[in-house]
Design a protein around this ligand. Structure first.
Ligand SMILES: Cc1cc2nc3c(=O)[nH]c(=O)nc-3n(C[C@H](O)[C@H](O)[C@H](O)COP(=O)(O)OP(=O)(O)OC[C@H]3O[C@@H](n4cnc5c(N)ncnc54)[C@H](O)[C@@H]3O)c2cc1C
Length: 386
């Protein structure tokens, strides 16, 4: 087992670091305060080749590995969690589902526009009455002669209303549970698509979470991405990649908070000496570093085992639980190390702390990941995890 990065990966990291320092870091606080990241900024991520990094060249991608993508995401997240989330959403999630399970026509029509930044993409799963129990979703897709007709409501959809496409999880027939569920690609310009408002939230404020409603939304049949039947398993397997991407964001945010607080603490003097001369402070730094390393290798392990952006369920859940909980802990400790200054809005730590908090929820809660991990250990699906 070789833990070293290749020369090409080192170059990729160095480029991403320089890009994040010059094009992202100076503006991250402003996007958080304004609760908006401009589209021209998002275009820069596409222009830098950070959308569709793992897609094959014929669909506009760079053919990089999932680990390569994770390395870029981690660098960006050190300065700006929302920018890193945007990059995740356009390398994993809905896009990777189309890459793996969509038709060839869909891949050629949609994926190059994602890579070029012309179209952005959301994933629409969660409903007011179906969160962790996703297989209980009720948004319906009824088939008539020309189209699928969608009715229902989704909430907590990242990029709702702002992004052109949503990969929508819907119930195509009355069979209960996962069997009736499939996924279809909808566009915000389709009549019957309604953006029903933003959900103001604690962190990751520059990218909005919102509500979508559908009233007799007619979707052409060629937009059916994963027909019901075995769809739910396919959709969940594709979603494992999104979890690894989210873990890389959590890791990067925590690393950014660690770097900042280490430098601050090393420069801060109390009792006539540097506070890093006190062993209690040294141990705090050491524990933070240990947690970061442990998370990093779990995230890299999950990414290294990926095929076409799809990672193992066990590995991605382990990485997500550990990295998301670690990020909450480490960003909080970073604030502690900087004293009251750490709590001030003039420093980036309070933003990083707020941003880190979402990852034990978004993409499947830490509790649901633990249920999946326990199912893998026991070798059978558990009652809550069918
Ligand atoms: C920032 C953010 C972005 C998001 N983006 C998207 C998006 O783009 N698209 C999308 O579709 N969704 C998105 N979500 C929604 C997210 O996937 C859901 O919030 C998540 O799946 C949990 O659902 P819920 O909020 O309804 O919580 P609930 O399911 O109501 O859970 C509440 C609590 O109960 C616990 N719980 C529930 N069932 C069990 C059980 N069987 N055993 C033990 N504990 C249990 C949960 O772990 C949690 O702690 C986002 C959420 C956030 C916070």
């Amino acid at each position: 087992m070789d833990f070293r990065l290749s020369e090409a990966q080192k170059r990729l990291v160095a480029e991403a670091r320089e890009f994040a320092q010059s094009e992202i870091a100076p503006y991250a606080a402003r996007w958080d305060q304004e609760e908006h990241i401009p589209r021209r900024q998002i275009q820069k991520y596409a222009d830098a080749g950070y959308f569709g990094m793992t897609f094959p060249a014929q669909y506009g991608g760079r053919g990089l590995s999932t680990l390569d993508a994770v390395l870029v995401i981690e660098e960006v997240a050190r300065h700006c969690g929302i920018s890193a989330r945007l990059i995740v959403d356009h390398n994993f999630g809905a896009a990777i589902t189309i890459l793996n399970f969509g038709t060839e026509e869909q891949r050629r029509r949609v994926l190059p526009t994602i890579c070029r930044g012309e179209a952005l993409m959301s994933i629409g799963m969660t409903e007011p009455e179906a969160g962790s129990a996703l297989a209980e979703l009720t948004t319906s897709a009824a088939e008539d002669e020309e189209a699928f007709v969608i009715n229902g409501k989704k909430h907590w959809i990242t990029g709702a209303g702002e992004r052109e496409y949503t990969l929508l999880y819907a119930r195509f027939h009355e069979k209960p549970g996962p069997q009736g569920i499939g996924a279809i690609l909808i566009h915000r310009d389709m009549p019957g698509f309604k953006y029903a408002g933003r959900i103001p939230s604690l962190g990751v404020r520059g990218v909005q979470e919102g509500i979508l409603e559908f009233e007799n939304l007619r979707v052409p049949k060629e937009n059916l991405v994963v027909p019901p039947g075995s769809a739910f398993r396919k959709l969940m397997s594709a979603y494992n990649g999104q979890r690894v991407g989210a873990s890389a964001v959590a890791l990067g945010i925590a690393q950014g908070a660690f770097d900042f607080s280490k430098d601050y603490a090393d420069g801060r003097r109390q009792f006539g000496r540097r506070i890093t001369d006190f062993q209690a402070v040294q141990f705090k730094l050491a524990d933070m570093a240990i947690s970061l390393d442990a998370a990093r290798y779990l995230v890299y392990r999950a990414a290294a085992g990926a095929k076409m952006g799809i990672t193992g369920r066990y590995e991605s859940s382990v990485a997500k639980v550990y990295a998301s909980e670690m990020a909450v802990r480490v960003t909080s400790e970073a604030i502690q190390l900087c004293g009251a200054q750490g709590y001030a809005r003039s420093l980036p730590l309070e933003r990083m702390f707020r941003d880190a908090r979402c990852f034990t929820l978004a993409g499947g809660t830490a509790e649901m990941q633990r249920i999946g991990i326990a199912g893998s250990i026991l070798g059978r699906p558990l009652p809550q995890d069918k």
